[in-house]
Ligand binder design. Sequence first.
Ligand code: P5A
Length: 428
Amino acid sequence: MRLSHFYLPTQKETPSDAQIASHRLMLKAGMVYQSSAGIYTWLPLGLRVLRKIENIINEEMDAAGCQEVLMPTIQSAELWQKSGRLDSYGKEMLKFKDRHDRELLYGPTNEELITEVFSQHIKSYRDIPKNLYQIQWKFRDEIRPRFGVMRGREFLMKDAYSFDIDYEGAKKSYWRMYQTYLKIFKRMGLTAIPVRADSGAIGGDMSHEFQILAPAGESSLYYEVAFESLDFDDPNVMDEVVRLYAAVDEKHDPQSCPVPPHQLKQSKGIEVGHIFYFGSKYSEPLGAKVMTPSGQLVNVEMGSYGIGVSRLVGAIIEANFDGEGIKWPDPVAPFQVGIVNAKTHDPKAVAFADAVYEKLKEAGVETLYDDTDERPGAKFANMDLIGLPWQVIVGAKAVEKGIIEIKRRSDGTRQELDLTSFINQLAA
Ligand code: P5A
């Protein structure tokens, strides 16, 4: 993509109302535009990151045997009357009426709807277990939307729902999602700490939150130091993760804590995922029953599993930035490489930079090419702000010797290479 064609409305001024780094950086880097309180337009750069995150989630959910669906954002209030949540959900739910005076709502979550969809077609133990998921916008009329996309009113969530014949099956589904979540966050370059949690408005009696450690987090937690040295690529890591201690501040009682204080750390955390087991809380009122092998009709056993997809964009920035801007981890970067031509007035340098761009494109590398007439200093600052993992700088040496300068955004290291070696290095 040539920057001269790309819609990238970066800002020089630091937005005054943005309190945390990710919010400031997302506005400055032209990733999002605030349309109203807690409601954002995703601009091309931000949307590319959102899509990267969605793809990782899709791949891992599919690998775990789940199937993607897409439910509407608008739901009938009638369904929520049956589950009893229409009134109990409270003011966070946005309700309105259609022209026939029927009450509708913008879904804050989808337990009711998916239970209804499921119960229309699934009647027998032979058809389950199933885990159906979607990535869809939700609306919660938060009293205090803040921190940009971290606590929005309209936000993108991955929500999955599992259906099993009995408690044993439901527990298996729950732990499979637990493990899948560790993989998903790991692939985004994040360490997520699973913390036992309350079920709140979703309900049920087993629940874990997945917290990313970051000073800007809204939760405060205690966790065992050993979390930091876990090898999440090891398939047996599960046993250890579950054994380790982690608790949110309000739940942490130093008297009864099984871990001595020197093995504990305290940190702020960002909740990027939350999973629930709630048995028949929705299947019973909504009549979702299945036949067991012995011919009995039982309420289907359920759980639900959420990931804050749009929140993750902010959370990843909170874990990866410096004074100059964002430092995207490779797997979620909007482009892998940014080309800066530092000699825009030299036709030979322009021809060289154009050729670098074409070759990177041919090699299938996602590249943003700053082909504008800005002065070099402004171009470098802009590249650091938007945080692409690799910068390719075309300067005097490129024209003279065919050598480009490569800067790694994460640690600032620089090397001089020819283009083919760089492409090989990227491939490796
Ligand atoms: C689980 C899936 C649920 O809604 N029902 C379906 C369950 N869980 S949850 O914890 O309430 O939300 C899941 C994740 O969504 C993110 N999230 C938000 N992101 C941005 N702005 C918000 N206002 C917001 N509220 C929730 C969180 O990451 C949460 O873990």
